[in-house]
Write a protein that binds this ligand. Structure first.
Ligand code: C2E
Ligand code: CA
Ligand code: CA
Length: 592
């Protein structure tokens, strides 16, 4: 048939453009495809080679809240909420380039800024020469049933913050791994990882910063293990890594030490530079247990062992460690009881005071308040056993409050007994230091017992000061402005951070006992000690030698230029009833 021949009557409607038969089929198909594209429930977006939007469908408009005409010609990045990790885009483009397809989750935002997660599949279309012509993105509408179902399944198995497996999913996966390992005679290692002092960071800087720290921690963890290893977040700052078919304990040691180093690196979260370290407990299948539950429990016990051994390290499980974990729990329970019954029954806590002897004018210038706990059944419990538990459990807050007020009350009593020119030093833990109200509490106590600010000294350990230097500087400034004397305790045991030290508004440095011990050991120890003293003096600080036990150490520290000596050699910590006569006698001697 001849089409469009002049013999044909003019058509009442404009003629369709001339097409070949095959073209008609193609055109119908294009119309059909266009209709399917428009009506499909799945949001679709198509961009050209330069990633400019050339078509979107109705479902897309519904999901994003943006009509087609609003987005045509634009880059799809206008959908982004800013919450998708930046390196995800890099990974996405690489996958698209290499494989032509990428599937993953974006955090996009509606026009009013409300963010929403969406599963996307991106595909690149290429022409015969292999040049990219288009990108097609299909999304799963987060409101759709399938998306909801997928999301629920995902949420049931993953930790929403870090995207790692959650406790439940981990347990299931571990059980499955153990079946294989049992069959093949393989060793599986379970590493339970806890960030030391995470709670401090969380409490000081807020959950927002804490959350970001955890996300970063998860990133470092997954970066440090193989794809076949499993990482999970059990809750809080507790993570777990499973290393299937790990070989032997030595191999585990290598991985654990690598993870430890990676996690101990400085964390930069917003404007904060945070230092934290991990404690890692390790259990091995089959030696330490046969079930997921037991292996996790034993790794947990090992982790507490690592913490007790000074944090920032790792420990393998050993039978004796179960006992250690039980012991800790016992202490925690007893501490709670002791604190609860504080005002009801005879107090289990009291303070002792250790004199600090000044070498320049041969007199006692200060007293360090040290808490003592006498348990009704166990008798005296040394602070090294219960203070760390109190810090971990938050019990240090009420206990520390009591210590602080009691120290002020005792100082009032000492003064009323005629003891003059003396200062009381109170140890502060990290949690107390970040208490917003600390300066007001300090002012209140001073007013209550009619004490001058210069009669009170607060000691914070070097590691506490370094935990979050910026925040510490701010709070110490406020205390210093009141006129409180500030000391850095246990100096030499934490990070050597003289640069920060310079910025801290402190007055005294207390050289840790290990310094004093090393001083007589060898020349190096002595050199480090004298250099520190010189440096401290250069910074205008008063140098206190702690734990001076012998005449030899005493003379040596004096020769090195230390200002103040504290230790058994001069005087042990004393209860107030012994301290008062001791101090009065010294005062009388000086006068006589
Ligand atoms: P620290 O703040 O470094 O306290 C000094 C520790 O050294 C005290 O141990 C003291 O009794 C001991 N000491 C003093 N002279 C010597 C000596 O010549 N040789 C030896 N070997 N030791 C000496 P203590 O009372 O057992 O306290 C241990 C740690 O427990 C303290 O270390 C401190 O970190 C913590 N602590 C004690 N009392 C308190 C408190 O009231 N509040 C807080 N937050 N922590 C406290
Ligand atoms: Ca101290
Ligand atoms: Ca100390």
């Amino acid at each position: 048939m001849k089409r469009n021949s002049p013999a044909q009557p003019p058509s009442p409607v404009p003629p369709e453009p001339a097409v070949a038969l095959g073209d008609i089929a193609a055109r119908d198909q294009a119309v059909l495809l266009r209709r399917v594209f428009q009506q499909t429930g799945e949001p679709v977006l198509i961009t050209d080679r330069d990633n400019r939007i050339i078509a979107v469908n109705a479902a897309f408009a519904k999901m994003t809240g943006r009509a087609e005409e609003e987005v045509l010609g634009l880059n799809p990045r206008l959908l982004a909420s800013g919450q998708t990790p930046i390196d995800q885009y890099a990974l996405m483009w690489r996958a698209l380039h290499e494989h032509g397809v990428w599937r993953g989750e974006f955090w996009n935002a509606r026009p009013d800024g409300t963010p929403y997660p969406t599963q996307a599949t991106l595909t690149t279309l290429r022409d015969e020469q292999g040049h990219i012509t288009h990108h097609v993105a299909t999304y799963m509408d987060p409101a759709s049933e399938r998306a909801t179902a997928e999301r629920l399944t995902y949420m049931a198995h993953h930790d929403s913050l870090t995207g790692l497996l959650n406790r439940h999913a981990l347990q299931v996966q571990l059980e499955r791994l153990l079946v294989g390992a049992r069959r093949d005679g393989e060793v599986v290692a379970i590493l339970l990882i806890d960030l030391d002092r995470f709670k401090d960071i969380n409490d000081t800087l807020g959950h927002h910063v804490g959350d970001r720290l955890l996300v970063e921690m998860a990133r470092r963890l997954t970066g440090g293990i193989r794809a076949s290893d499993v990482a999970a977040r059990l809750g809080g700052d507790e993570f777990l890594v499973v290393l299937p078919n790990v070989g032997d304990a030595m191999a585990v040691t290598g991985i654990a030490s690598k993870l430890r180093r990676a996690l101990a690196e400085i964390y930069r979260i917003g404007e904060h530079s945070l230092y934290s370290t991990p404690s890692i407990g390790i259990s091995l299948f089959p030696a330490d247990g046969d079930t997921a539950e037991l292996l996790i429990r034993n790794a947990d016990a090992a982790m507490y062992h690592a913490k007790a051994a000074g944090r920032d390290n790792f420990r393998f499980f050993a039978p004796s460690m179960n006992a250690a974990a039980m012991e800790r729990l016992k202490i925690e329970t007893a501490l709670r009881q002791a604190l609860e019954s504080m005002s009801l029954t005879a107090a289990q806590f009291r303070l002792e005071f250790q004199p600090q002897f000044n070498l320049h004018d041969d007199r006692v210038i200060g007293l360090e308040a040290l808490v003592r706990w006498t348990h009704p059944k166990w008798g005296p419990v040394p602070p090294v056993r219960f203070i760390p538990v109190a810090e971990e459990t938050g019990l240090i807050q009420p206990l520390g409050d009591w210590i602080f007020w009691e120290a002020c009350r005792q100082l009032r009593i000492f003064k009323d007994h005629g003891i003059r020119d003396i200062r009381v030093a109170v140890n502060l833990s990290a949690q107390q230091l970040r208490e917003e109200a600390l300066p007001s509490i300090v002012r209140g106590a001073l007013a209550c017992y009619e004490l001058a600010p210069g009669e009170l000294e607060l000691e914070i350990t070097e590691s506490t000061a370094m935990l979050n230097p910026e925040a510490t500087i701010a709070i110490l400034r406020r205390l210093s402005e009141i006129g409180i004397v500030l000391a850095v305790d246990d100096f030499g045991t934490g990070y050597s951070s003289l640069a920060y030290l310079k910025q801290l508004p402190i007055h005294r440095l207390k050289l840790d006992r290990c310094f004093i011990r090393d001083v007589l050991e060898d020349e190096k120890g002595s050199a480090i000690c004298s250099a520190t003293i010189v440096l401290g003096h250069k910074l205008g600080l008063d140098l206190v030698a702690e734990g001076v036990e012998t005449r030899e150490q005493f003379e040596h520290m004096k020769a090195l230029g230390c200002d103040t000596i504290q230790g058994y050699h001069y005087c042990r910590p004393l209860p107030p009833e012994k301290l008062i006569p001791f101090l009065l006698a010294r005062q009388a001697e000086r006068r006589g």
